[in-house]
Design a binder for this molecule. Structure first.
Ligand SMILES: *Cc1c(COP(=O)(O)O)cnc(C)c1O
Length: 232
């Protein structure tokens, strides 16, 4: 399939998922995850109308950021080491993987230096799989309370990764739980503004995530494909 066909196909599937769940297509943002593809493919995706790019490692993302900064917004979706914060903060428009206080402190420090605010999503390990990063759901409340001290971090949402399931419907409880957690947290008024974003859903399960309230879907393989790009 060509890139254009894949984009059309994903768009049609997204629209159907919105229809099924009574949602507006405009409430779901596509983040094209370009970690498996070349700079040229990422550029082609932007020419086809993609405006949000997701990457999970700075060394791989650098060439794409250099080529496409100003033409797309960048989302950092991978686990972030504290010593990489200086590379990422100021370049990426969103960080989806805030999962510990030491990282929050590093982001706050860097953002102060640059005199910017950093929109962040808290990564939550809803499924409890040991291999996955993220706060336990019961830790999120106190984490958000602690973030109040950090005036450069703007908590705008929650992010999760569901376990890979051969039957995508099996992921539904994970997405439903993340939405319920967001709604509970908003009732507690721990943040100046309500947290609105739910970053959930990948190639295998994005339709289920949209049905359960995703506002950002992170799509790699199904959208831009997967290429042998040599290094990485
Ligand atoms: C790679 C990656 C994705 C995209 O994966 P696909 O299954 O190819 O859509 C989404 N989110 C995160 C955090 C990733 O690392």
């Amino acid at each position: 399939m060509t890139l254009r066909n894949r984009l059309h196909d994903v768009e049609a599937r997204l629209e159907q998922a919105c229809l099924r769940s009574g949602r507006q297509r405009g409430d779901v943002r596509i983040i094209a995850v370009t970690k498996y593809v070349s700079v040229a493919t990422a550029e082609a995706a932007v020419r086809e109308g993609i405006t949000h790019i997701g990457e999970n490692r700075w060394p791989d993302a650098k060439a794409k950021w250099d080529a496409l900064q100003g033409q797309a917004l960048f989302h950092y979706i991978g686990s972030l080491q504290t010593n990489k914060v200086k590379d990422v903060v100021g370049k990426f428009d969103y960080i989806h993987s805030l999962d510990r206080m030491s990282l929050a402190e590093a982001i706050q420090g860097r953002a102060e230096k640059l005199d910017i605010q950093v929109p962040c999503l808290l990564q939550v390990n809803v499924s409890g799989e040991e291999s996955k990063h993220g706060l336990a759901p019961e830790q999120v409340r106190s984490f958000l309370a602690d973030l109040r001290k950090m005036n450069r971090i703007r908590p705008i949402g929650l992010m999760t990764m569901a376990p890979y399931e051969s039957e995508p419907h099996a992921t539904r409880p994970v997405f439903r739980a993340l939405r319920a957690l967001r709604d509970e947290l908003n009732c507690m008024e721990l943040t100046d503004e309500p947290i609105t974003e739910l970053s959930m859903g990948m190639s295998n399960d994005f339709e289920i995530a949209v049905e359960e309230g995703a506002t950002m879907v992170r799509l790699g393989t199904v959208l831009v494909g997967k290429e042998e790009i040599g290094e990485g």
